[in-house]
Design a protein around this ligand. Structure first.
Ligand code: PLP
Length: 365
């Protein structure tokens, strides 16, 4: 499958492998919904770089914003000390599109770093140690983020992890009473992504928010994967009508560039300002080029009405999939919300065979 380029050879020899058999498409370029490989093939990228290219690849508006910022300046100072146009304006955009009260933004480089920042903020603000996370959850691969994952096979090789973390079954309201006054924060994805597009009931999410309020545990909502129109709302929290204490974003936030954020109230984010000052700092977080790209990306989502497009196309696509594939005995369920759609197969082998076949047909899943 791999065409031979100078970088194919270097990939095998010098890139640290994350899996024994990398997919290994040799990318030439990407534009709109397509990825083009050096052997002249075109792929429809339903994976969107795993939830990044919500506006498509290399949108001209993003390119223009990046070029403008490239001419002005790159990195100039660690986060939060100098005033650079794109950062505060993007933070202002975030405050405008997220629920009331979430008006202080801490920009990071990635989703995992934003999760780390949110966990640290919760501990320092509440003076409590414990965290609650959910079975099947994924929040990133740094030690803190891995500690609140719900998949033991990824955790065991790296123990001991951060503690104490209580793991509860996802979407089962009867376990929420285990959240108590020792818990600094509960972290949850509004729809589990890595766990297999698992959609909770409105009752579960509202009960969870209520329980957090009762016990003083902060609610951290990880919208790294679900944000920016993926589920047919700008943010998935709109499906359940809940407001978290901390909202975590990344992936599509940067319009294709590396950017993450955790967002909360002024009072909560002040936690990191004093005792000691510089309680949490990043060199590259909120990079000016990433913020410029992200801001342009958000305007594309708004002006091209991509959120309603995600809702409508997603509903159409889910219906078509359920009608055409739903009857196949090798498929146990097809579920989705907007353009966040998962097909559950009876076993891993069948899943692999299906995705391989789709790739042969020019579809990235
Ligand atoms: N949270 C969720 C829900 C994710 O899906 C991911 C990545 O897939 C992360 C956090 C981690 O983000 P990053 O890979 O940018 O560290």
């Amino acid at each position: 499958q791999m065409t031979d380029t100078p970088w194919t050879h270097a990939f095998h020899k010098h890139i640290a492998k994350t899996s024994p058999e990398p997919i290994g498409l040799v990318v030439d370029r990407a534009e709109g919904p397509f990825v083009y490989t050096t052997d002249g093939k075109r792929y429809l990228d339903l994976l969107s770089g795993i939830g990044v290219a919500n506006i498509g690849h290399a949108h001209p508006r993003v390119i223009a914003a990046v070029e403008r910022q490239n001419r002005r300046h790159h990195h100039v100072m660690v986060y939060g000390e100098y005033i650079q146009e794109e950062q505060p304006l993007y933070a202002q955009d975030m405050a405008a599109i997220t629920p009331k009260g979430l008006d202080r933004v801490y920009f990071t480089n990635s989703g995992a770093e934003a999760v780390e920042g949110a966990l640290k903020t919760a501990r320092k603000a509440t003076g409590r140690a414990g965290f609650v996370a959910f079975e099947g959850a994924y929040h990133g691969d740094t030690f803190g983020a891995l500690s609140v994952a719900g998949n033991a096979s990824y955790q065991i090789p790296f123990e001991p992890l951060l503690s104490p973390v209580k793991l509860l079954p996802f979407n089962e309201p009867e376990y929420l009473e285990k959240i108590d006054e020792g818990i600094a924060a509960v972290i949850v994805e509004p729809v589990q992504g890595e766990g297999g597009v698992r959609i909770p009931t409105t009752g579960f999410m509202t009960d969870l928010a209520k329980r957090c309020q009762q016990t003083g545990a902060l609610l951290i909502l990880d919208e790294v994967m679900t944000g920016f129109g993926r589920t047919g709302k700008l943010f998935a929290l709109e499906h359940w009508g809940i407001t978290p204490d901390l909202l975590v974003l990344a992936k599509a936030l940067g319009g294709g560039y590396p950017l993450g954020a955790f967002i909360g109230s002024a009072g909560l984010l002040e936690t990191l300002t004093t005792d000691p000052p510089l309680s949490h700092v990043t060199t590259f977080g909120g990079h000016p080029v990433s913020c410029a790209a992200g801001r342009a990306g958000l305007s594309v989502i708004q002006e091209e009405k991509l959120v309603t497009n995600s809702r409508d196309t997603g509903a159409w696509f889910l219906d078509r999939l359920q009608k055409s594939l739903g009857v196949d005995p090798r498929i146990s369920e097809i579920r989705g919300l907007g353009m966040f759609i998962g097909i559950q197969f009876v076993d891993a082998q069948t899943t692999r065979a299906f995705t391989d076949r789709c790739r042969e047909e020019g579809l990235l899943l």
